[in-house]
Design a protein around this ligand. Structure first.
Ligand SMILES: [Zn+2]
Length: 235
């Protein structure tokens, strides 16, 4: 959505993300396998929203608006799904404040972490007042790593804005003054041996867009609850 158009309410944002397939709440009845191998009762993913440029623009406008008086000079995001937010965030901050704002991202490194490695990015960030944006704030790992990187460059971090934020995340835990969320989510997570959904024989979702159920299926072909390609549909 471009400047001047009607903005979305929080409920409309949730509806838009739901319609795109960006989340499945525990009430939707899904049974997922996360990247950690844990079994999950919900699943959250920004990817289906990324092709909708107007929606991404509007989400970023709403995330930066609460920081318009914070003197933000740089918007800093973790690769990969949040990269468009390093463009739309600064764009909307300038629309709101009249001041030019830079946008940079940190690249992923294996096995787990982030690094500022692109030409000019460290220079753009050094010593600046920084806002961190992220698509999904779950275990707070990515945003906490970015806070460390920014502080290591002498930056002041004014806060974090997340499109979808787990109810257990907090500004205090991340170590920033403010955390803004457009959609608060929750789900249960269990080690496979303790999973309540396995005990109830709920089929595990194997769609590769929704976690690692397919790998689990290959390792556990005899799971009594069976497998399904998508939430709410049996094979
Ligand atoms: Zn399970």
């Amino acid at each position: 959505m471009m400047p001047g158009e009607r903005t979305l309410s929080k409920a409309e944002i949730a509806d838009a993300l739901k319609a795109k397939g960006c989340f499945h709440t525990p009430e939707d009845g899904g049974h997922f396998v996360g990247v950690s191998g844990k079994h999950l009762s919900g699943y959250y993913n920004i990817d289906p929203a990324l092709p909708d440029v107007e929606l991404m623009s509007e989400l970023c406008r709403q995330l930066v608006e609460p920081f318009k008086d914070a003197g933000v000079e740089v918007v800093f995001v973790p690769a990969i799904g949040a990269i468009p937010m390093a463009e739309w965030g600064p764009y909307h901050l300038r629309e709101l404040t009249g001041r030019k704002v830079a946008g940079v991202w940190a690249d992923k490194v294996k096995p787990r972490g982030f690094v500022i490695e692109r030409t000019g990015f460290e220079m753009a960030l050094k010593g600046k007042t920084v806002l961190i944006l992220e698509d999904i704030v779950n275990q707070m790992f990515s945003v906490t790593e970015l806070v460390k990187l920014a502080k290591g460059l002498g930056c002041e971090v004014v806060g974090v804005g997340g499109v979808m934020v787990k109810d257990t995340a907090s500004a205090e835990a991340i170590g920033v003054p403010k955390l803004v969320s457009l959609y608060d989510f929750r789900y249960d997570a269990w080690e496979p041996a303790d999973c309540e959904l396995c005990q109830k024989h709920v089929p595990i979702v194997t769609d590769p867009a929704l976690g690692h159920g397919q790998e689990y299926k290959e390792a556990h072909p005899d799971y009594e609850g069976g497998y399904t390609t998508s939430v709410g549909h049996s094979e």
